[in-house]
Design a protein around this ligand. Sequence first.
Ligand code: SAM
Length: 291
Amino acid sequence: MSFASLTHAEEEGFWNLWFSELHKGNVGMTYKVKRILYSGQSRFQRIDVLDTHEYGRMLVLYGSVMISDRDDFVYPEMIAHVPYYAHAGARSALVIGGGDGLAVGEFLKHPSIERIVIVDIDEMVIEKCKEFFPRSKAAFSDPKVEVHFADGAEFVKSRDERFDIIIVDGADPIPPADVLFHRQFHENCREILNTGGIFVSQTESPFYNPDVIKEVYTSLGEIFRIAMPYVAWIPTYPSALWSFAFCSDTRHPLEQFDRDRCLSEEIETRYYNADIHAASFALPTFIRELI
Ligand code: SAM
């Protein structure tokens, strides 16, 4: 849960604008703001687009930083390429959430991915991302991409279509994203995975949200044969240490990581690489103890 405020602070005789995102109301990050590019309220959440001195353009939903120009390559690369290179030959991906389009953009770097379906509950998030973030606009305009505006938890119920990779790029476990952390949703996602399929979900900060991780693995560990955490460094996210859950009944993220294909394809990334793929599953002890 985040609390945010936009405050004016006097500094050397000038009034400056600061955006503060607080974690659990007691600690947080504050960003000096050049301009507020957009501020509005959709049916589901407050949406702000800020131009900040240090991180460039920033998408903020309900007071929480989602993406920023400066560090928004880490999360989409890690949520898309880790399952892709652990899969034997993915051709389809389902993105739940991900309204900034960046994870879709990462899947589009792989010619073998023929179809990407994205389901975001909030049409206004996609609309504002297309307006203010050029990479988002490019991703959503690709003919391989099919966009649905719906609750991801409803969308995956009794779907006929099956997918090779399903990623859950939802926000924090508060409405409307809380349902994306529920057991029933995870079970419904498993039902629409192809044989050899992989499910990955973002699972919050191990430092600030250990309870979320413990709870999520209680269900994922019973639903999938393999359920393994991996981590990445994201400076604008609470504690900068972020986690993901890699789940599958047949694919192991390390034993079946196609390192040669990863090295030979040389896709353009700024965080993900073959060594980071393996290293991201090396966990600090305090995280191992949560699982
Ligand atoms: N990378 C970010 C993070 O880890 O917090 C999330 C990025 S993305 C902006 C989160 C998206 O999830 C938002 O666009 C939001 O509208 C969407 N979302 C929230 N709840 C949802 C639900 N139940 N079904 C589908 N999309 C949902």
